[in-house]
Design a protein around this ligand. Sequence first.
Ligand SMILES: Cc1cc2nc3c(=O)[nH]c(=O)nc-3n(C[C@H](O)[C@H](O)[C@H](O)COP(=O)(O)O)c2cc1C
Length: 378
Amino acid sequence: MKKLCSFFILILLFNNINIMAQNKAKILVLIHSDNGGTYELAKEIAKGIESEGNGVSYIKLVKASQNPKIKDLPIATVEELTEYNGIAFGSPVYFGNISTGMSEFLSKTVQLWTNHALEGIPATVFMSAGSGAGKELALQAFWNSLAVHGMILVSNGIRGTEDLNKAIPQGNSVLGITSMASLKDVERPTKGERYLAELQGKNFAKVTLALKDTHSKKTTAIVQNHRNFNEILKEKNIVLPQVPKPAGNYQPFVRSGNLVFINQVALRDGKIVNPGKLGVDVNEQQVKDATRLTMLNVISVLNEAVGGDLSRVKQCVQLTGIFNTKDDYTKHADLMNAASDLTVEVFGDKGKHARATLGASSIPVNSSVEIQAVFEVE
Ligand SMILES: Cc1cc2nc3c(=O)[nH]c(=O)nc-3n(C[C@H](O)[C@H](O)[C@H](O)COP(=O)(O)O)c2cc1C
């Protein structure tokens, strides 16, 4: 009898936990920030969301940052946007518009748009400005993009402004909170701006909770593909490394039309793996290991170029492997197979490519290998 009672109590507890989890609203606070001003507002927005009991906030960046204040924040992928019940978007004001970082991210959401994947999901916006010039134009521009997605735009109105210190300029706006970071009369965001940001988060969580599950969830093909790719990598025990930072005045990748161009060496955690010349400092196996690592770096950069959705890769067009070898070495093709095999393993037929290999008397940063890659993407 005692056992039966415990069993029922356990079932009740389990059901309660389930119901509690179901009542939560997952809200993404998605930001671009150069100097941390937008992040300061994001923290207040998140605080407001969390104050609403069942609101759970996740602050993420649209792209990696070197700024110590935010460099450890997670990076959002385009595909994960559909996993949230609401999204609060934050960006610096650039020339009366959203920042290029935010704009780049939004420009990768075309597939979500054509799949109606964000329709009916609540959105709110906030921005960090300098002087505040054009801040409302910028907020309005933000709304334009989100309106095209069919998101439900949640405004601030004049909520909370009665408590603002009107003796100093404040970044309140009916569309969303802003802060004017270059006005140094008082600390920015001001107490009032922080307060309004928190209020915006709280109100946004209320709306999101009320609308939760009212829109039909479009688990689009993209999301499915994205998961599949993650699963493929997991199954094959392939872990993509962190995208190596450029060591000079160049970009990790350049997209021209539908082609993406990438060059990488055997860097891992800022250090060259198995450096030097084949037959002098390293043997063939070590160069093959370095080649596989270099190709993983290439795929990691490619993943960034396609907004974290490797299913957008249509073809690996060409790989060029350059090896630090002695003058009489001839087995470059064997070395390069480490990269080619990995590419086919990850992308299947789409990974089959044209190829060139060559030897060099030296390679930058003493890497034993460099790979140049060209991919066609959607
Ligand atoms: C390219 C560029 C354009 C900018 N345009 C404006 C502007 O039109 N109005 C404004 O008030 N501030 C402008 N700023 C200043 C930023 O909006 C301001 O520094 C903001 O606080 C940066 O946000 P963050 O700290 O999150 O990076 C501009 C900054 C840059 C880099």
